[in-house]
Design a protein around this ligand. Structure first.
Ligand SMILES: [Zn+2]
Ligand SMILES: [Zn+2]
Length: 313
């Protein structure tokens, strides 16, 4: 009996050690260098970007990437981006919407227990506070259809949501993780296709305005329909909104995947995530001035202004 107990305790210890080892640093091998030139872009002079932070979840670096510390507390931001463009504005992701509390109560129990969040003003409330003319908002583009990116979709009612075929399938068939999006009534979906050529190592692209200001590329893995948005300002400053390809910048800078548990629970296809992570690592190495913005890393958004709280036109 005693012997059985000792064996059980040893097994438990070994399992625990193995589990903890999945949080240790394990950088992916460096990708082949990218040789592409920076794609041309000629955004109009009055194109602008704004960040709309809508809340946070309390996490740690260890939660976000292999090699991160459990003691390194990090607030993961839930931030939408407004693209102002004379041919129609875009909201890229929505962050937490007006009804996030009620929405959150519909999520599975285990998920709610593991997800301590704090809300602030929704993107729609921030647009209203700035006196924003809603008729300018052409569409919402989702990096992917997880709850924390779509929560505010119903808030500017009637705004079309642009999805790819794969993004639409994930909303329909993605199980509980796309259930929030599926549950919104009367969403006007408009499908777009990757009708453009290769872009910085990605096989295809979609140039929203035809001027290189906003270029979307497919980046399946975290979800089958995940995309990355490359944004270029009139100043020449470039951003890559990578969604949840990584949760923190170190994911790309240090080529560290999510730890095994998070990867298993959060990613539909971890090998797809790995491929696209390495593509972004190659871009970061070739173009160090391009700012990479993981959807939940405040550091990526730091250079983007917030909307003024007095009306703008
Ligand atoms: Zn996600
Ligand atoms: Zn997310």
């Amino acid at each position: 009996m005693k012997k059985a107990l000792v064996v059980a305790a040893l097994l438990l210890l070994v399992s625990l050690a193995l589990f903890l080892s999945t949080f240790a640093a394990a950088p992916l091998p460096p990708p082949a260098p990218l040789t592409d030139a920076l794609p041309p872009a000629s955004p109009p002079a009055d194109m602008a970007l704004f960040q709309l932070p809508t809340g946070i979840t309390h996490r740690s670096a260890a939660f976000g990437y292999r090699g991160g510390s459990f003691r390194d507390k990090r607030d993961f931001v839930m931030t939408a981006v407004l693209v102002r463009h004379p041919r129609g504005d875009l909201l890229i992701d929505t962050g937490f919407g007006r009804d996030i509390d009620a929405q959150f109560r519909t999520m599975p129990f285990f998920f709610r227990v593991a997800t301590p969040y704090e809300r602030s003003s929704s993107a729609a409330e921030q647009l209203d506070a700035a006196g924003y003319d809603r008729t300018r908002l052409r569409a919402i583009i989702l990096t992917h259809a997880h709850w924390d990116h779509v929560s505010g979709v119903p808030d500017p009612p009637g705004t079309p949501v642009w999805v790819t075929a794969a993004g639409g399938r994930f909303i329909r068939d993605g199980g509980w993780v796309s259930g929030l999006m599926r549950g919104f009534a009367d969403v006007r979906y408009e499908e777009y296709a990757f009708d453009g050529g290769p872009y910085l190592g990605f096989a295809s692209s979609h140039d929203v305005y035809g001027d290189g200001a906003v270029v979307i590329v497919p980046a399946p893995g975290h979800t089958p329909g995940s995309v990355i948005a490359f944004l270029t300002l009139p100043s020449g400053t470039r951003y890559a909104l990578v969604g949840d390809l990584v949760w923190q910048l170190e994911g790309i800078r240090e080529r560290e995947e999510r730890p095994w548990l998070q990867r298993t629970l959060a990613d539909t296809d971890p090998s797809g995530v790995r491929d696209n992570l390495l593509r972004m690592a190659a871009i970061a190495a070739r173009f160090p001035d391009l700012t990479i913005v993981p959807a939940h890393d405040a550091r990526g958004f730091a250079g983007l202004p917030r909307l003024p709280t007095t009306p703008v036109r």
